[in-house]
Design a protein around this ligand. Structure first.
Ligand SMILES: NC(=O)c1ccc[n+]([C@@H]2O[C@H](COP(=O)([O-])OP(=O)(O)OC[C@H]3O[C@@H](n4cnc5c(N)ncnc54)[C@H](OP(=O)(O)O)[C@@H]3O)[C@@H](O)[C@H]2O)c1
Length: 188
C-alpha cells in the first residue's frame, strides 16, 4: 500500500449540517434566524464557549460548496484560520489566506489532496456538495443538528439519494432545544 493510500484510510470525512425538523437546511430567502432557539429543554446539556473552541481545534480542514462559501462570507466567516477548501468551477478572488479553491474530481480531492495532509475533514455544505459526496461514498460520519422548527419549504439536505443504512453513534440533546445526531458508515 502506498503512503497516500494508507493516509487515505486514516482520514475521516464528517458531514455536518443544521437541519429543520422537516429536513431543510436553508430557507428560500437564505435567512438563518430559524436556527436560533428560544425554548429551554431542562434535561439538556449546555456547553461553554471554551468547550466549543477546544472542539473546533480538533477539525483539521473544512470543505464547502461555492454557494455556502458566498453565504459564509456574507454572514461573517465562521471557520477562523482553519484551512478551508471551496469546491467550484469558477474563478474567485482570494478573500482569505486559509481558503483555497478546488475544481475537479471529488475523490481525488479527498484521498489525493486532503487525506495526506489532514485527518479530521469536515464537509459543511451545502446540499449539492453533500449529496455528491454521499453518492460517491466519501462521507464517513454524519453529524446532524436538528433545530426544533418546521420550515415547510426550502433547500432539502437529502434529495434523490439511494437507500443506505448508517449506525447511530451518539445523541446529544442541548438545553437550547437543539439535538445532535451522530452516525457512522456501517463496516462493510
Ligand atoms: N443549515 C446548514 O447547516 C447549512 C450549511 C451549509 C450551507 N447551508 C446553506 O445551503 C445553501 C447552499 O447550498 P447549495 O446546495 O445551494 O450549494 P453548495 O453545495 O454550497 O454549492 C454548490 C456549488 O458548489 C460547487 N460544486 C458542487 N458540487 C461540485 C462538484 N462535484 N464539482 C465542482 N463544483 C461543485 C458548484 O460551484 P460553481 O457554481 O461555483 O461551479 C455549485 O454551484 C446556502 O443557503 C447555505 O446557507 C446551510
Amino acid at each position: 500500500m502506498s503512503l497516500s493510500e494508507s493516509n487515505a484510510k486514516k482520514r475521516t470525512v464528517t458531514l455536518h449540517m443544521v437541519s429543520s425538523l422537516d429536513g431543510f437546511i436553508a430557507k428560500k430567502d437564505n435567512s438563518v434566524s430559524w436556527m436560533d432557539t428560544t425554548t429551554v429543554y431542562e434535561a439538556g446539556v449546555s456547553i461553554s464557549n471554551e468547550e466549543v473552541a477546544t472542539f473546533l481545534k480538533t477539525i483539521d480542514c473544512y470543505v464547502l460548496g461555492s454557494r455556502t462559501y458566498e453565504h459564509a462570507l456574507e454572514l461573517g466567516w465562521p471557520y477562523g484560520d482553519t484551512p478551508a477548501v471551496v469546491v467550484t468551477g469558477r474563478q474567485w478572488p482570494t478573500a482569505r489566506k486559509s481558503v483555497e479553491f478546488y475544481s475537479g474530481d471529488l475523490k481525488t480531492l479527498v484521498d489525493g489532496k486532503l487525506a495526506p495532509r489532514y485527518r479530521n475533514i469536515w464537509l459543511v455544505g451545502g446540499a449539492m456538495l453533500c449529496q455528491r459526496f454521499l453518492e460517491l461514498g466519501l462521507v464517513d460520519e454524519i453529524k446532524l443538528t436538528i433545530a426544533p422548527v418546521l420550515l415547510g419549504e426550502g433547500l432539502r439536505l437529502f434529495g434523490g439519494l439511494i437507500e443506505k443504512r448508517w449506525n447511530l453513534k451518539n445523541v446529544v440533546a442541548y438545553k437550547n432545544g437543539l439535538v445532535e445526531l451522530s452516525y457512522s458508515t456501517p463496516v462493510a
